[in-house]
Design a binder for this molecule. Structure first.
Ligand code: DAH
Length: 342
């Protein structure tokens, strides 16, 4: 009987510990102390059958366990009704804790803003792989293996005939291979070059490529499109000028400048006193590029352009060091909340 009492005690305290509400406590009371079939009640009834010399001591033990159970149940009931449990201790006037919300990276915000402008001009968005074939990244863009332009694109090689794309221009080739003219698309994405890291260079950065191909697409269309684009981005007073330049995949090719967004052309520190900011490359698609994708250069013409998204983000937000975009310091990234046009 002694052992039974010990087991009962352990069972009771386990049951009490797992009770979460009043109904559970009442069930425990009935199970152990109930008049009809409570386990302890049952033991108490059995006391009479014990030898007379054991009866007093066992009687005492059973009684003290009963008291202990009564007290345990009462304490548990009181705890359930305490102010903390009921939530009475809650002060609804206290300010809440604002959850830490994620937000878009400044480069993403700028990329989306650029996309938005081109979408409104009727451009679609195309994509290509970051691991590219040398054919798409170079050859088809009129940059043969020994071409000096390959030196400007210090590449990461990714196995025989494969490079991490050094620019977004290969998306021109992939899109033309897949679709027939007329075409009008942009291709934003990450590109890679083996540049030493400094405030103006990171080995991965972002470009946005653009292309329009059709029956009589002209240099005037290119200049008009880019003028509208830069004015939408930086305001109606922005001027756009073309300087003749060389890129193997366009002829004629141009470096495009916009008037300085800070001094609007007067000359300031940001533009090195010139009033102009070199911002992108552009030109009329080279016949060799059309031939590489099976288009007939006598029947179609087109323009193409490419710009650095990081560089535009730097200008727009007045950021001097590109590396900040990669360090993921939340104090830096937190400054660009709510800038998204979407
Ligand atoms: N792909 C060139 C680069 O990364 C940028 C560029 C220049 C793209 C002229 C073009 C273009 O489409 O016409 O430096």
């Amino acid at each position: 009987m002694e052992q039974e009492l010990k087991d009962l005690r352990v069972e009771f305290s386990n049951a009490l510990a797992s009770a979460r509400d009043e109904a559970a406590l009442e069930a425990i009371r009935i199970r152990f102390l109930g008049q009809k079939s409570g386990c302890l009640t049952h033991l108490m009834r059995g006391l009479g059958r014990l030898p007379a010399d054991q009866r007093p001591r066992m009687g005492q033990t059973v009684n003290s366990l009963k008291k202990e159970m009564d007290a345990g149940l009462a304490a548990a009931l009181a705890a359930l009704a305490s102010p903390e449990r009921r939530g009475d201790g809650l002060d609804p006037t206290l300010p809440g804790c604002a959850p830490n919300l994620g937000q878009l990276h400044p480069i993403t915000l700028v990329r989306r803003e650029l996309e938005e402008i081109f979408i409104s001009l009727g451009y679609s968005i195309e994509e290509g792989p970051e691991v590219e074939t040398e054919f798409h990244n170079f050859e088809a863009l009129n940059i043969p293996p020994d071409h000096p332009a390959r030196d400007d694109h210090d590449s990461f090689y990714a196995g025989p005939g494969r490079v991490l794309r050094t620019h977004t221009s290969p998306v021109q080739i992939r899109t033309m291979q897949r679709c027939q003219p007329p075409l009008k698309f942009i291709a934003p994405g990450m590109v890679f070059r083996r540049d030493a890291i400094d405030p103006n260079h990171t080995p991965a950065f972002f470009q946005l490529e653009g292309m329009a191909v059709g029956e009589r697409v002209s240099l005037a269309d290119l200049k008009g499109t880019l003028t509208v684009f830069w004015r939408r981005l930086f305001g109606d007073r922005i001027q756009v000028r073309f300087r003749p330049s060389y890129f193997p995949f366009v002829e004629p090719g141009a470096e495009v400048d916009i008037s300085c967004i800070l001094c609007l052309g007067k000359g300031c520190r940001a533009c090195g006193g010139s009033g102009w900011i070199e911002i992108m490359g552009a030109g009329m698609v080279h016949p060799a590029v059309f031939r590489a994708v099976g288009y007939d250069p006598d029947r179609v013409s087109g323009f193409a352009f490419g710009m650095g998204i990081d560089r535009i983000a730097k200008l727009k937000y007045g950021i001097e060091d590109l590396r900040l975009f990669w360090e993921n310091d939340l104090r830096f990234l937190g400054q660009f909340r709510n800038e998204s046009p979407r």
